[in-house]
Ligand binder design. Structure first.
Ligand code: THU
Length: 139
């Protein structure tokens, strides 16, 4: 495995260890690599008002944007078990915003960091609504 991918997986696993998921018992970690080579990680943060919890991908993307970065080059998601923890619909849209329309690699790993699925952001959200679909963005 490439060193870069291993580092990204390790960052996602470390983030998962910080997850606050007492309601689902489904801790998730995510790490995004930017086109400038920076890595930002996030975990899911749940809430007693269940629908208000946030996903690991959302946390990683928020950290990335806070640091002034805007371009995702690769996303890694690590779930808590053997099943592939593929991103929810909302997170596919969040990834699309910063991954562009051409598709960036998305790697899904099991609890031990073994790769279960290699896909890309465009395949995860076909015919996506993105910045170019907003008329105001063209002005
Ligand atoms: N979750 C994520 O953080 N990322 C995913 O890719 C899928 C689901 C979280 C949301 C919730 O806290 C828990 O996993 C169970 O759905």
């Amino acid at each position: 495995m490439a060193t870069d991918l291993k580092a990204l997986i390790d960052a996602a696993m470390k983030a998962r260890d910080a997850a606050y998921a007492p309601y689902s018992n489904h801790p998730v970690g995510a790490a995004v690599l930017t086109t400038s080579g920076e890595v930002f990680a996030g975990c899911n943060v749940e809430n007693a008002a269940y629908p208000l919890g946030t996903c690991a991908e959302a946390g990683a993307i928020a950290a990335m944007v806070m640091a002034g970065e805007r371009e995702i080059a690769h996303v890694v998601i690590v779930g808590p078990g053997e099943a592939a923890c593929t991103p929810c619909g909302g997170c596919r849209q969040k990834i699309r915003e910063f991954a562009g329309s051409d598709g960036k690699p998305v790697t899904i790993c099991d609890k031990d960091g073994n790769v279960l699925l290699e896909t890309d952001s465009a395949a995860l959200l076909p015919h996506a609504f993105g910045p170019d679909n907003v008329d105001e963005a063209k002005r």
